[in-house]
Design a protein around this ligand. Structure first.
Ligand code: SF4
Length: 503
């Protein structure tokens, strides 16, 4: 009997940018008495069905984007005689769907860290429950990932989580509803143990795969202080102090370490936090800019972001602390107009954003936007290939619309074409070459160009393009370029590296 854990994907690149952390965490949660689980990340290579034999247990983690492929894998595994279990955000939101369409014997809702061992043992006994509720585990119970199971030479970045949950409530995002608004912050020692483990194995580039690396803002502290809420203030202060302690100890790791994280723009107003990030070698951050207009930010409940010159200033503050910004922008918001696209491209250039992604507004389950959008649809009439549009993830990939929410001023195809044009402009060779001045040597500049092009192929052309030939070409091209790119990220194993001492 073998336990398989599968990360489904309908497209494979041979090499992955970031390790799908949850695979290795679930491997860590698998009881040792069943032996090492077999991990399959289909973003590298598709699952080989012949590896599944009767009596095996197959765990499949799904988010909305890969749910359909996940169901194909589950049906195939069940036919092969395996016990099939689903988990992940999508299975948490739609547990019945996995049972009906994915061949599931069982579904796990919530975090898998604590409950997975029981699920495996129940499956072994042949008595899996239909439904398990893993809840939201406390940070002390977060499982250490099994990095010893990583396939060699397959990923550019490793990933370690330092905090789950986000106190904000953006309308397009499900994180605050699924992971909760209370930041669940891991202890500094637990985070460092994993990071040191990874550096010993030769990973120099590590993503701090958090929902929001800056869970306590200066404004939060001031508000608690103003209200004279001493308990709240002490709690927030303790969380903030722990962040500083983590960064102080990251700063003691070898200087060639490179960390990347995801953070809200508010951190740019906190110079001491930026200084600490710089010292900790956090050299990049995904910042959700989303919209360059006040109306756009209002559309998505993100009033804490800035616009205009203030926005440029805030984004530049990261760069002034040597933190490269991957700016994330959304198109197709109700208040957007044709001019928003050019304004966004201009802002990204002016604000010295090193990388950018331009996504089209998509109502994902679990979000406020989805609930509102679903109410506008007629489940009988609004269908594609017989499937209600409100279950868009079940529509075959090639027939899925690119834009779901009708826009008051623009046709869906106009939004798609204009979004593609902004990607084209931002990642044109002259623009990329110009941005490559952020690194010094010619070799480094050429590397920057290569990585920018790879990023674009992986994320823009495989997602926005309408014609399947273009999607396939992009995936092929990304496959080809990803291998040499990965080598650029490889580090020297440091088996003797010690834990950085407490500050
Ligand atoms: S988009 Fe970012 S800031 Fe907003 S709720 Fe989601 S994780 Fe938090």
């Amino acid at each position: 009997m073998t336990v398989h854990i599968v990360n489904p994907s309908h497209v494979s690149f041979g090499v992955g940018v970031i390790t799908p952390r949850w695979l290795y965490v679930l491997a860590g949660a698998t009881p040792r008495h069943v032996g090492d689980p077999v991990l399959t990340d289909e973003t590298l290579e598709p699952l080989d069905p012949t590896t599944i034999t009767p009596g095996d247990i197959v765990g499949i983690g799904i988010h909305t984007g890969n749910a359909l492929r996940g169901y194909e894998v589950g049906v195939m595994a069940r036919r092969a005689g395996a016990t099939v279990v689903y988990g992940g955000i999508h299975a948490t939101l739609y547990p019945d769907e996995a049972l009906e369409l994915g061949g599931a014997h069982a579904v796990v809702k919530g975090d898998g860290d604590a409950v997975w061992a029981q699920v495996v043992d129940d499956c072994l006994r042949g008595t899996p429950q239909r439904m398990y509720d893993g809840g939201r585990v406390e940070p002390e119970a977060f499982v250490h990932a099994r990095w010893d199971l990583l396939p060699k030479n397959s990923y550019m970045w490793a990933s370690v989580q330092t905090v789950r949950g986000c106190p904000k409530h953006c309308s397009f995002c499900s994180v605050w509803r699924t992971d909760g608004q209370r930041p669940r912050q891991r202890t500094v020692d637990a985070v460092l143990e994993e990071i040191v483990d990874l550096r010993r194995r030769g990973f120099r580039f590590i993503a701090l795969a958090d929902d929001n690396f800056y869970p306590v803002t200066l404004e939060d502290l001031q508000t608690a202080d103003r209200r004279q809420d001493k308990a709240r203030f002490a709690q927030l202060k303790a969380l903030r102090d722990e962040r500083f302690e983590l960064m102080a100890r990251l700063a003691k790791l070898p200087k060639d370490s490179v960390f990347f994280t995801q953070i809200t723009m508010e951190a740019s107003e906190d110079p001491s936090f930026l200084e600490a990030m710089k010292a900790a070698n956090i050299k990049g951050a995904l910042v959700g800019v989303e919209s360059v207009t006040k109306e756009g930010l209002k559309d998505i409940y993100k009033p804490f972001n800035a616009v205009g010159d203030q926005l440029v200033e805030r984004l530049r503050a990261f760069r002034q602390h040597d933190i490269h910004v991957l700016g994330s922008f959304i198109f197709g918001l109700p208040s957007d107009s044709p001019s928003t696209f050019d304004a966004t491209a201009a802002l990204a250039a002016k604000a010295d954003v090193t990388f950018a992604q331009f996504v089209m507004l998509t109502p994902f389950p679990g979000t406020v936007d989805f609930t509102a959008w679903e109410k506008t649809l007629d489940p009988e009439k609004d269908r594609i290939a017989g499937i209600p549009i409100s279950r868009h993830w079940l529509i075959p990939q090639a027939r899925r619309p690119k834009v779901y929410v009708p826009h008051p001023k623009m046709e869906a195809d106009e939004i798609r074409a204009r979004t593609q044009a902004v990607w084209d402009k931002f990642y044109s060779l002259p623009a990329v070459w110009q941005r490559s001045r952020c690194v010094k040597s010619l070799k480094a500049r050429l590397t920057f160009v290569l990585i920018s092009k790879l990023y674009r192929q992986m994320y823009a052309n495989t997602g926005i393009a309408t014609d399947s030939a273009r999607v396939n070409r992009s995936a092929q091209w990304a496959r080809w370029i990803a291998k040499p790119c990965r080598r650029l990220f490889a580090g020297r194993p440091m088996p003797d590296l010690a834990m950085p001492p407490a500050s």
